[in-house]
Design a protein around this ligand. Sequence first.
Ligand SMILES: *Cc1c(COP(=O)(O)O)cnc(C)c1O
Length: 415
Amino acid sequence: MTESDKVARPGFTAQIVHADRRGKIEHGSIHKPVHTAVTYAYDDARDLAAVFQGKQPGYTYGRQVNPTVTALQDKVTLMENGVATAAFATGMAAIGTTLFSLLRRGDHVISSAFLFGNTNSLFNTFAAQGIDVSFVDATEAQTVAAAIQPNTRLVFVETIANPRTQVADLVGIGNLCEQHGLIYCVDNTMTTPYLFQPKTVKASLVVNSLTKYIGGHGNALGGAVTDTGNFDWSKFENIYDNYKTGPASLWGITQIKKKGLRDLGATLGPEAAHHLSVGSETLALRMERACTTTISLTRYLAQHSRVKQVYYPGLTDHPQFDRAAELFRYPGAIFSIELADGVDCFDFINKLDLVICASNLGDTRSLAIPVAHSIFYEMGPERRASMGIADSLVRFSIGIEESEDLLRDFEQALG
Ligand SMILES: *Cc1c(COP(=O)(O)O)cnc(C)c1O
């Protein structure tokens, strides 16, 4: 045993709240400062050239690099126990830029059919641009296996799907991707790295919408993709020769940063990065609170006569209850309900007082949204039916209010 093995690895929160000052402290500042400069000056033009050529570390231009954003990227890498992270202006930018950078015309993607609405829309846009996409039921690895083609490059799943809370066969699909040398991209937004690290099920890349739980306060947009170190990029044929320098573990993220961030420019701003970074310090505390409250609320709602069905992986009648219990620290803080016949979903939402009618999730405040009439409206009734989205479905994102207050609010709104 070496000396460093004896030192216990700090806990999740201890690592995050001390992450900035472990780096090079600027003026002893315990937060990474908000660096607003767009460009970086060099006294010696040779240094600038060396930085541009990747021969020397340093900053060039704000579309690609910024010290405040780098500090946040490093925190997400710590949270996911990965090797490197690229941050973006939004979660959608993270997903879109990653696929744009790594795939080429004629490649095939297998995606879970149970998908965040905007990701579903994005994948259909990719399909229109010459990337073939198959949507399959990812709750069973066999359906993913059956969809693999010679040109398949990447499999995309969400941990807990939004809004119906299906839990993907995360372990089975991880094994499959490993066998077939496919990039396994897991959207961890609903679980966050506090509840689950996709690296443990062989994920290659992990997506987090930082807008949601990691930022946690509904005051800044951001997204990230983290390379877990599991994927062997030296065997991936879409890496450009220019980026095959240095350790192969970094080729994927380098190409995402160069081809994606630099060429497309969906860059995270330093002010947003600062908000997200401060928010991330309390991720574990907020998740503990929100998940515990969600468990009691869903138990109450499941036995209520005016509620037809509650979808939450923490309820024993959920089809993937065992899987969620095995993989996740908690079954999350998102659930949805179908109301009993005759109960109007708009009237019910309007009666809620503490729970705000709004899109977004992972806020400190509890939020409710009539799914079929809002975020899943554009895809139409057929695709909604295939995703199990009833007209009366209401999705909740539970915040950090006191659970008794939320329970009372649901009681009066259903009364
Ligand atoms: C919100 C969300 C996204 C997109 O994130 P934005 O920051 O809003 O662009 C992606 N995936 C999931 C699961 C989400 O909930």
